[in-house]
Design a protein around this ligand. Structure first.
Ligand code: F6R
Length: 603
C-alpha cells in the first residue's frame, strides 16, 4: 500500500521526508519519490526499489530554510514499478502524490488529452496534477482549482499537491484511504498516511474524514467538506512507535484481522465494474486455449487455492486441481499446455512454490501468480500477475493475505466463466454485487469478538480440535485449524464434515473440541447430521451458524448472509479471532510463534 508524508517548515526537508517514508516501509512499496518547493524552485527525485536508492539520489541535496516537501512510497497498481510511474507526478509547475485509485481516470485522461495535456506515466494519479493545472489555466486561484479538481475525482485517494502558483501551501484531499495532518509547537505542519512518521514531530493531529480536502500553510490547517470550512478536531498523538504501527491493537495479527475490510476494498479497487471484472493489464487473449487450471501453493495460500477450486469448477466450469507445492515438485507431474498454472503466495518467495512455478514454465504452461509482494521472485518469473494489495503482513499467522487471495481468485473465476461463455450476464452482475459487499462483511463485529474472548477460556486444554465443514467451508476448516495450531500450539485438524465417520470420530469424547462451520447457504442439513453424530459421542461442540442449534455446547451466531461467499468471509474472521484469543490466553507470542518464519525460502 502506498505511503504519504508531507512537511511545511524550516528544517531540512529531505531528512524529514526520508525518515517519514522509512516509518511507512512496513506498508510495502516498490518505488519512492519526493518533491521539495523552496523559493522559486521545485526539485524532485524518484527511485525504484528500496528507500536507500532514493537516499543515494538525494545525498548531495540540502533544503534548509522555509519550504514545502512531499514524499511517497508507491505500491504499484496501475503501471509497472518504474521511475516514470513513481510519484510525485509532475505538471508544468505542480507536483502531486496520491495513494488510492482514481476510478474515472481514463475518462478524465481523455478529456485532458483533448485539451492538449500530455501524460508521461501509466498511472491513474497523473490526471490529478493536469486537472489542477487545467483549472489554473482557466483562471481559477490555486485553492479553487484544487477544489474543482477534487470534485472531479471518483474513487479512493489521499492526495498532497504543491505548486509554484502558491508557494506557501500544501493542498490535500482524502477519501477512503488514510491521511493524517499534524502540527508541532514550532508551527510546522506534517502529513502522513499513519501515526508512526509523525511521532517525535507533531504533537496535535487531525485524522481527516472521508471527502475532506483543504490546504495547510505555516502553522495553519484549513479543512473543507462540501465547500464549507470545518473546525479541525485535534487529538494528542501517542508517543510509542510500536503501538503506532499497531494502531492501538495488541498484536499485528489482530490489527491485520481488523484491517481486512479496508484491504479488501483495495483489492477490489479498479477491478470491478457493474457488469464485468477487469483484471489489471491481463489481456483476455491470455486465457485463450485454456481448458484446465492447476494451482500450487503452501500453507494458508494452499487453503485459498483449495477454496477457489470449488469456484473454478462451479462458477467458471473449468476443471481445476490443487497441489501442495512441496508434493508437486517431486511427483513427476503430467503437465499439459492447455493448463493455466496458478501459484499463490503472500511473500512471493516461498521456495517450494517458486520451484513449482519454474517447473510449469519449463513445461511451457502459461503461468499466473496471485501474490502480495510486487517484485518478489514469484512475481518476476510469472507470465502474468494479480497482486492481492493486502499491504505488508507482519503477523506470522496469515490473515489478510488469505482473504485478499480468495477475493482475487473469485474475481478470476468470474472472469474465466464470462470469457468461456459459461456465465450469463445476469449471474456476473449479481456475483459482482455480492463481491462488493465483502468489505462490509469483513468488518469485525465487536460483540462477536467479545464473545470469542469470553469463550476462549474454555478451549485451552483438551486432546485436540477438529474444525469441520463442507464444500467451500472445508478449506476454511483447514485454515481455522492451521491458525489455531500455529499460534496456540494446540493440536488441531481441519476435516471434511462428512469424512469424520470414516475414522476420526473414534477420537470423540468430551475433551475433543469440534468447531463446526454451519452456514445456512451451503449443505446445512448435511453438516448438521455430521455434528449430531459427534455430539452423540459426547464431543464438545462449538458451532458457528446463523441458525440456532440446540445441541451445541457453545454457539456463535453469525449474521446469516444469503450467499455462501459472504458466509465464508464472515466465518473466516471468526476462526481467526478464535485462534488469536486462545493464543493470547495461553500467553503465547501471537505475532512470532515458535519455530515459524514469515517467509519460507528453504525446502
Ligand atoms: C500460515 C502461513 C503459512 C504460509 C505459507 C506460504 O499462517 O502464513 O502457512 O501461508 O508458508 O507462504 P506464502 O503465501 O508466502 O507462499
Amino acid at each position: 500500500m502506498c505511503g504519504i508524508v508531507g512537511y511545511i517548515g524550516e528544517k531540512e526537508k529531505k531528512k524529514i521526508i526520508l525518515k517519514g517514508l522509512k516509518e511507512l516501509e512496513y506498508r510495502g512499496y516498490d518505488s519512492a519519490g519526493m518533491a521539495i518547493l523552496k523559493g522559486n524552485d521545485i526539485t524532485h527525485f524518484k527511485a525504484v526499489g528500496k528507500l536507500k536508492n532514493l537516499e543515494e539520489k538525494t545525498k548531495n541535496f540540502t533544503s534548509e530554510g522555509f519550504g514545502l516537501a512531499i514524499g511517497h512510497t508507491r505500491w504499484a497498481t496501475h503501471g509497472k514499478p518504474n521511475e516514470i510511474n513513481a510519484h510525485p507526478h509532475l505538471g508544468e509547475y505542480s507536483y502531486v502524490i496520491h495513494n488510492g485509485i482514481i476510478e474515472n481516470h481514463q475518462e478524465l485522461k481523455n478529456e485532458l488529452q483533448e485539451k492538449g495535456f500530455s501524460f508521461l506515466s501509466q498511472t491513474d494519479s497523473e490526471v490529478i496534477v493536469h486537472l489542477f493545472e487545467m483549472f489554473i489555466k482557466e483562471g481559477f486561484g490555486a485553492f479553487e482549482a484544487f477544489e474543482k479538481t477534487v470534485k472531479k475525482l471518483q474513487g479512493a485517494y489521499a492526495i498532497l499537491l504543491i505548486s509554484k502558483v502558491d508557494k506557501e501551501k500544501i493542498f490535500f484531499a482524502k477519501n477512503l484511504v488514510p491521511l493524517i495532518v499534524g502540527k508541532s509547537s514550532e508551527n510546522e505542519i506534517f502529513f502522513s498516511s499513519s501515526d508512526a512518521p509523525l511521532i517525535g514531530y507533531a504533537q496535535d493531529v487531525v485524522y481527516l474524514h472521508d471527502k475532506t480536502y483543504g490546504y495547510a500553510q505555516k502553522g495553519e490547517i484549513n479543512i473543507y467538506e462540501n465547500s464549507v470550512l470545518q473546525k479541525p478536531k485535534f487529538k494528542k498523538l501517542s508517543i510509542s512507535k510500536l503501538s503506532a504501527q499497531k494502531e492501538g491493537f495488541r498484536f499485528f495479527m489482530e490489527k491485520e484481522i481488523y484491517e481486512q475490510s479496508a484491504v479488501a476494498s483495495e483489492t477490489l479497487m479498479g477491478r470491478v465494474q457493474k457488469n464485468r471484472v477487469i483484471l489489471d493489464d491481463i489481456d483476455d487473449s491470455f486465457f485463450n486455449e485454456i481448458n484446465e487450471i492447476k494451482i500450487c501453493a503452501c500453507g494458508t495460500s494452499y487453503h485459498a487455492a483449495l477454496a477457489s477450486s470449488y469456484l473454478f469448477e462451479r462458477v467458471s466450469k473449468i476443471k481445476c486441481s490443487v497441489e501442495i507445492a512441496s508434493e508437486f515438485r517431486y511427483k513427476e507431474p503430467l503437465l499439459k499446455n492447455d493448463t493455466l498454472f496458478i501459484v499463490i503466495s503472500q511473500s512471493g518467495e516461498t521456495a517450494d512454490t517458486l520451484q513449482a512455478l519454474k517447473m510449469a514454465k519449463k513445461a511451457g504452461l502459461k503461468t499466473l501468480a496471485v501474490c502480495n509482494v510486487d517484485n518478489s521472485s514469484i512475481v518476476r518469473i510469472s507470465d502474468e500477475i494479480l497482486l492481492t494489495r493486502a499491504g505488508i503482513e507482519k503477523g506470522v499467522a496469515s490473515t489478510k493475505a488469505f482473504t485478499t487471495q480468495f477475493i482475487v481468485l473469485w474475481m478470476l473465476a468470474l472472469k474465466l466463466g464470462e470469457l468461456k461463455g459459461n456465465l450469463g450476464q445476469n449471474i456476473v452482475e449479481s456475483e459482482i454485487e455480492t463481491l462488493l459487499k465483502v468489505p462490509a462483511v469483513l468488518k469485525v463485529d465487536e460483540k462477536i469478538h467479545e464473545k470469542i474472548r469470553r469463550l476462549s477460556k474454555r478451549y485451552l486444554h483438551g486432546h485436540g480440535f477438529f474444525f469441520i465443514g463442507r464444500d467451500l467451508f472445508f478449506p476454511l476448516a483447514l485454515e481455522g485449524a492451521l491458525k489455531l495450531k500455529e499460534i496456540s500450539y494446540l493440536h488441531a485438524e481441519g476435516y471434511p464434515a462428512g469424512e469424520m465417520k470414516h475414522g476420526p470420530i473414534a477420537l470423540a469424547d468430551s475433551e475433543l473440541f469440534t468447531v463446526a462451520l454451519m452456514p445456512k447457504t451451503m449443505l446445512y442439513d448435511k453438516v448438521k447430521s455430521n455434528v449430531e453424530e459427534l455430539s452423540a459421542r459426547d464431543a464438545t461442540i462449538l458451532a458457528l451458524s446463523p441458525l440456532e442449534f440446540d445441541i451445541a455446547d457453545d454457539f456463535i451466531k453469525t449474521k446469516g448472509y444469503d450467499h455462501p461467499m459472504l458466509e465464508f468471509f464472515e466465518m473466516s474472521v471468526i476462526v481467526q479471532l478464535l485462534a488469536l484469543e486462545i493464543s493470547v490466553r495461553l500467553g503465547n507470542d501471537v505475532d512470532m510463534p515458535r519455530n515459524l518464519a514469515k517467509s519460507v525460502t528453504v525446502e
